[in-house]
Ligand binder design. Structure first.
Ligand code: GLC
Length: 428
């Protein structure tokens, strides 16, 4: 029998389905978001395979000619969101934002394909898989050209929103140099829907808007933005996610006998493996983001510090140091994995990406830990995700200390992760 919460999770996805794409949450986020859709597809795949594929196909309809895939596609107008199309001015059809988001779609594509094969539907999905493969590959190549200006094998974010971890303290120091004096007047919408104590401050928001204005001023020329933005931070989260996604695309290229693509992807993976140590902070023995302008590490241990396993990196000393951090945090935090180290001076149990737990990040951390042979830690993290949902509901995020829900409720990707974990447990 279907778990009652699984029925609820399916109902949330159906309710947030706008026909071909799913809004993260009807009230706060009324459009299609990039990495949200990738995770949402995993949820749909547990009960409606075709709909899962459509989610990614619709996302890829927002792809620009240069391979870029936007972080938001504004499928229908909604004045309740800021900044909307009038601020971005990207002049695209469909209407999109001008920055991207963590590239999880490639990894999800591999999972959807394996699931179709297991269900005996190779023939029905092969053409769709090949079409999506080409698009995702083009996006990954866009990353290499436009988000790795110095060719380090990492992903350099030019806006905190690109990282998907909007308000992480990792962006505080790099953000200080952004001159916000000309930002002008604007009206935020997030604080009309959500509690201000969960949301970024006015100073942070001024920086976000200034960076949008910067990109717009350059006509969304991605190469120019990547080379000259006042904010250029090598993000540990996106770097690990892209490395993983490149490995998964490589697997698909081999599966489909695409030798040229396989060769290019092998090189991309090797480049990242060679360069990723740039993000190892030798002082605190952790994976951290690094400001490419100053060369300084953020010095903050976040949930994405634990994605090296998911990226397939294996280094006994670094792995042991990462596990030691996880262990230390687990003694101070009731639930894992807080988006910021609970012992960090900036830790805030309710504020966006400064403490709360996101189920999607937990899902990736646990997957990586399981693959790396840390099954007990993987189980602990997956169990915590499930308990948080059971206790609080399908919230956007959760306080690691008391398990309270934070942000929006009936959240699509939280529902999707619940379903994906249920299926994973049923198979185990
Ligand atoms: C917030 C999150 C971002 C997510 C979006 C929609 O902006 O920080 O990662 O994609 O909400 O859920």
């Amino acid at each position: 029998m279907l778990h009652p919460l699984s029925a609820k999770a399916e109902a949330i996805l159906r309710k947030n389905d706008r026909g071909g794409y799913t809004v993260p949450n009807g009230r706060v986020y009324p459009f299609q978001w990039n990495w949200d859709s990738a995770f949402v597809a995993l949820g749909f795949d547990t009960f409606d395979r075709d709909r899962a594929w459509v989610e990614i196909e619709t996302l890829m309809k927002g792809q620009w000619d240069d391979g870029f895939v936007p972080h938001i596609i504004f499928w229908t107008p909604d004045g309740g969101y800021f900044p909307g199309p009038a601020v971005w001015q990207t002049d695209k059809n469909p209407v999109t934002s001008g920055i991207t988001q963590p590239p999880v779609a490639g990894t999800v594509l591999k999972q959807l394909w394996q699931s179709a094969c297991a269900g005996g539907e190779q023939a029905a999905f092969r053409g769709r898989a090949l079409a999506l493969f080409d698009k995702v590959l083009k996006w990954h190549q866009w990353f290499a050209r436009n988000r790795d200006f110095e060719g380090r094998g990492v992903v350099v974010a030019v806006h905190p929103w690109e990282t998907g971890r909007d308000n992480s303290p990792e962006w505080d120091a790099p953000g200080l140099v952004i001159d916000t004096s000309n930002v002008g007047e604007y009206q935020r919408r997030d604080i009309t829907h959500l509690d201000t104590k969960m949301r970024p401050t006015k100073a942070d928001y001024d920086r976000y808007v200034t960076l949008v204005q910067f990109g717009r001023g350059l006509g969304w020329d991605h190469a120019a933005i990547g080379a000259t933005s006042p904010f250029r931070v090598a993000d540990v989260g996106m770097t690990m996610i892209l490395l993983r996604a490149n490995r998964d695309l490589l697997w698909l290229a081999q599966e489909f006998g695409l030798t040229d693509a396989a060769k290019a992807l092998t090189e991309a993976v090797e480049r990242s493996i060679a360069g990723v140590s740039y993000l190892w902070d030798d002082t605190i023995h952790a994976w951290c983001s690094r400001n490419t302008i100053t060369g300084r590490s953020s010095g903050h241990i976040t949930s994405t510090s634990f994605l090296s396993f998911y990226a397939g990196l294996r280094d006994p000393a670094r792995d042991a140091a990462s596990i030691a951090h996880l262990e230390r945090i687990s003694h101070k935090s009731r639930y894992l994995a807080p988006s910021l180290d609970v012992e960090d001076g900036q830790f805030d149990l309710m504020r966006y990406w400064r403490g709360p737990i996101w189920s999607v990040v937990n899902y990736m951390i646990a997957q990586g830990l399981a693959e790396a042979g840390f099954g007990d830690w993987a189980k602990r993290i997956n169990d915590d995700t499930l308990s948080l949902i059971e206790v609080a509901g399908f919230y956007e995020a959760f306080s690691p200390i008391d398990g309270c829900g934070t942000g929006g409720e009936d959240f699509s990707w939280t529902a999707a992760i619940w379903l994906a974990l249920q299926l994973q447990m049923a198979k185990a």
